[in-house]
Structure formats: structure tokens, C-alpha cells
Design a protein around this ligand. Structure first.
Ligand code: S3P
Length: 474
């Protein structure tokens, strides 16, 4: 039976809705996802055959948002039907768009037009999704309406000041919870003013929030990006007919949009998510005898850092049938079991593999020698503190890990299986990527790895368990 959990304004969970403290006016209670029972991932044979991972999460969010900003119908093929993206779909419906899944699995979006978004009658429930929250805060900041954002316990602990700061400069007003977190109330600027904003952290979410605010802001809004981050916003806005100017100034990227922009409906094909593929790449590299093809993986250079790092560690990963899907480079990846060696990971690669570190740490724990990572302070403010969570999780299954302020140092087993965790469950802390990374560790362990909750996996990869079962049980 699903247990109803309520998150109050202070982020306190109570299991009984009727006993929850009253929320401030305008804030609605959030149901937390029901927890799944403990689950143990164990060796189940080599990974072989062919599989397809679901659509890219970053691209799926953007496709729903941008299609909602058009007058007319857009169709999205290959949309990720994970909880985060469904939270975006629900929010865009509350803002006036008509969004439906057709019988062939294609999503149809009838947009309301830029500037035509409606004031939501209820709080926007962002679930676990930082991307939905920060991008929508940007979009709504330049619309003269009021909206409240709420989320689950993990999202309610994540920093929002990084978007509040530039969006306030554009004229929006915010009432966040103490510490600059959700629940948060936003009042859009009327009229918004354009800014030029240099990103203080390498974050595609912050970049995108400012650019999306710029769409409905008269004049030119620019973001200066000292370190390149994923560029799906820029690519997809262009596909929707927005003129996005990209200049290179003193080694920095300057991205500009001019409002008020006009978006034209567009049919989007979403490639497979490289962040999801990464779990299967490491699983196949780690489990002896594996030879697996992962089809249709997006290989945008701003996302593909994990592939070069795994290759540098000795991983046999081949790109087959390279092509373009929906304006993004894509290939099928053939990956075979390989003896991995420890390396020093270049911190400059971090933005292009920021979500892949949990599973990279698993690869490092099985490699020959030491892997050192640095420059990863941002991992502390993801769905969990991923440095602390992975250090604790890997240590509990027998890996040798030193946690540093900005990275992990991991001494690998030279290919021997990890001990595993038959008796105590690893804590995944509402973090889908901790859950999946430790599932992969379980495949290369003596006793298996028990994790406390598999429910968060549905955030980004609802078919993970099924694909794992299919590819390793052949
Ligand atoms: C995302 C950007 C990254 C990433 C997140 C998705 C995006 O976050 O971790 O999963 O779609 O723009 P930051 O921009 O905060 O690094």
C-alpha cells in the first residue's frame, strides 16, 4: 500500500496528512514517493545483446517547455517518461498547455504561446526535479504571474539562490524558504529587464534559467559561460526558430537571446540519454564476459565526458553507426568487459559528465590502481551530496575510498569483485543515480549489494530494472 507522506514548509515529513502542520497560504502539501522494499542486486551473468535506454532527460524537459511556448502543435518522439519529466509536463499543463500522450507513444503539445502562460491555480509540484524547477523559475520570472514551487525532501534541500540572484536582477521577486530553498514563491517581473550574467558556477540549469527568462524580456539577455556546459537549450531554441547568438570572447562563450522571441512549433526526436547509458557501460565493462550494444545514445560533446574517461581507463567502447537525431550527434555503443586501470580524472571534464560520477566511482572501485577526482564541489548539491553518499555506499560494500572536499580518491580491486553488503542496505538518499550506481556495484560483488529504496530510479530511468534483467539473464 502506498504510504502518504507530507512535506511541510520546514521540510519535515510526517506520515499522516491529517496531522501535518498547516502550510502557509498558497503552498500545497507534497506527496512523497512511496518507498520500495530493500532490493539486492547480484551477479546474474555477463551483459549481452542489444538494448535501448530511454530518452534524454535534459532534452525531454526542454522539448515540453519550448513546445508549450508555441502557438500550435508540436510532437515529441522518444520523450523520457520518467517522474522528473512528467513533473514538467504536469507543470506546463497547469500553465495552460495541452499535453497528451498519443496511442503510438508520441507526445502532442498544444502550446499557449510565449507570454500566454496562465497563472497556476495550485503550487507547482516539482517532485525530485532540479531541472524542472530551475528552468521553470526562469521561464516564469519574465511573465507577470505568481507561482509557488514545491518539491520532495531532496529537492527542498537544494540551493535555489543560484537562479534567484540573476532572475531578481531581471525584476522577479522571490520568497524562498530559509536558506534559499523550496517551497518558494515567485512573482514574475513586470516588465522584465534584460541582463548580461556571468555564471559563477558551471551550471546548464542556471544558464538556461536566464536564457528562458530572456525569451519574454524586451532587449538582449546574455549569459557568459566561462566553462562550457550542456548546450541543449541553445540547440533546441534554434530548432524552435529562436535566434540564439553564440560568440566566443576571451575564451568564454557568450550566449544571447533577444526578446520578445517568437517560437514556432517543431517536431522533436529525443535521443537516448547518455547519463542512463553510463550505468550499462560500466556494468558491461565490470562484468566478465560482457559484450553489449546500447543503441541510439546521444553523444553531444557537452555530455560525453564519461566515454573518454572510461576509454582512458582501458574500457573497450566502440561507436557504431554515428548519425544525427533531433539535431544531436548519436551512435550505438558496443561495450565489452575490460581490465580497467585507475587514472587522475581531468577536472576540466567534470561539466561534460557531471551526472556520471556516481557510476564512475564504481568503475574506479574495480580498477587496477588509484583513481583521483577533483573539482567536484557541485556534486555536493545534487539530488544528494553525491561525494558523501558514494563514499559511504562504496565503503560499506568493501571499497577503499578517501573523501576529499572536492572529490574522491579510490583504490581499486584490480578487477576482483567487491565484498558487497548482504546484511545492511546502502542508503540511496532519494537519489536515483546513487541507487543505480550501487546496483551496478552489486553485479560485480560477492554478496550482492542491497539498497534501501529502488523507487527513486523511476525519476530518470523507469525501465532500468527490466533492462538489467533482460541484458544479464540471456
Ligand atoms: C541539467 C544540468 C545539470 C545536471 C542535471 C540536468 C540540465 O545540472 O546535473 O541533471 O538539464 O540542464 P547543473 O546545471 O546544475 O550542473
Amino acid at each position: 500500500m502506498r504510504e502518504t507522506m507530507v512535506l511541510d514548509a520546514a521540510g519535515i515529513k510526517t506520515p499522516d496528512a491529517s496531522k501535518a502542520r498547516r502550510l502557509p497560504e498558497g503552498w500545497s502539501a507534497v506527496k512523497d514517493r512511496a518507498r520500495m522494499p530493500h532490493y539486492t542486486f547480484t551477479y546474474n551473468g555477463p551483459l549481452t545483446g542489444t538494448l535501448r535506454v530511454p530518452g534524454d532527460k535534459s532534452i525531454s524537459h526542454r522539448a515540453l517547455m519550448f513546445a508549450s511556448l508555441c502557438v500550435g502543435t508540436s510532437r515529441i518522439t522518444g520523450l523520457l517518461e520518467g517522474e522528473d519529466v512528467l513533473a514538467t509536463a504536469a507543470a506546463m499543463r497547469q500553465l495552460g498547455a495541452r499535453i497528451e500522450r498519443e496511442s503510438d507513444g508520441v507526445w502532442r503539445v498544444d502550446g499557449v504561446g510565449l507570454g500566454g502562460l496562465l497563472e497556476p491555480a495550485q503550487a507547482l509540484d516539482m517532485g525530485n526535479s532540479g531541472t524542472s524547477t530551475r528552468l521553470l523559475m526562469g521561464l516564469l520570472a519574465s511573465h507577470g504571474l505568481t507561482a509557488t514551487f514545491v518539491g520532495d525532501a531532496s529537492l527542498s534541500g537544494r540551493p535555489m539562490k543560484r537562479v534567484i540572484a540573476p532572475l531578481s536582477q531581471m525584476g522577479a521577486a522571490f520568497e524562498p524558504s530559509r536558506g534559499g530553498t523550496l517551497p518558494l514563491m515567485l512573482r514574475g517581473a513586470q516588465p522584465p529587464v534584460p541582463i548580461t550574467y556571468r555564471l559563477p558556477v558551471a551550471s546548464a540549469q542556471v544558464k538556461s534559467a536566464v536564457l528562458l527568462a530572456g525569451l519574454n524580456t524586451p532587449g538582449t539577455t546574455s549569459v557568459i559561460e566561462p566553462v562550457p556546459t550542456r548546450d541543449h537549450t541553445e540547440r533546441m531554441l534554434s530548432a524552435f526558430g529562436v535566434e540564439v547568438e553564440i560568440a566566443e570572447e576571451a575564451g568564454e562563450r557568450v550566449i544571447s537571446v533577444t526578446g520578445e522571441a517568437d517560437l514556432s512549433p517543431c517536431d522533436v526526436v529525443v535521443p537516448g540519454d547518455p547519463s542512463s547509458a553510463a550505468f550499462f557501460l560500466v556494468a558491461a565493462l565490470a562484468v566478465p564476459g560482457s559484450d553489449l550494444v546500447i543503441e541510439n545514445v546521444g553523444l553531444n560533446p557537452t555530455r560525453a565526458g564519461i566515454i573518454s574517461v572510461l576509454r582512458e581507463m582501458g574500457g573497450a567502447i566502440e561507436e557504431l553507426n554515428p548519425r544525427e537525431v533531433g539535431g544531436e550527434p548519436v551512435a550505438d555503443l558496443r561495450v565489452r568487459h575490460s581490465a580497467l586501470k585507475g587514472i587522475d580524472v581531468d577536472p576540466a571534464l567534470a561539466p561534460s559528465m557531471i551526472d556520471e560520477f556516481p557510476v564512475l566511482f564504481v568503475a574506479a572501485a574495480l580498477a587496477d590502481g588509484t583513481t583521483r577526482t577533483s573539482g567536484l564541489e557541485e556534486l555536493r548539491v545534487k539530488e544528494s551530496d553525491r561525494l558523501a553518499a558514494m563514499a559511504a555506499a562504496l565503503t560499506s560494500v568493501g571499497a577503499r575510498v578517501v573523501e576529499l572536499p572536492d572529490g574522491l580518491e579510490i583504490e581499486g580491486t584490480s578487477g576482483d569483485p567487491l565484498r558487497g553488503s548482504a546484511n545492511a542496505a546502502v542508503e540511496t538518499q532519494l537519489d536515483h543515480r546513487i541507487a543505480m550506481a550501487m546496483a551496478v556495484a552489486g553485479l560485480a560483488s560477492h554478496d550482492g549489494v542491497q539498497i534501501d529504496d529502488t523507487a527513486p530510479i523511476a525519476t530518470s530511468f523507469p525501465t532500468f530494472m527490466e533492462l538489467l534483467q533482460e541484458s544479464s539473464g540471456r
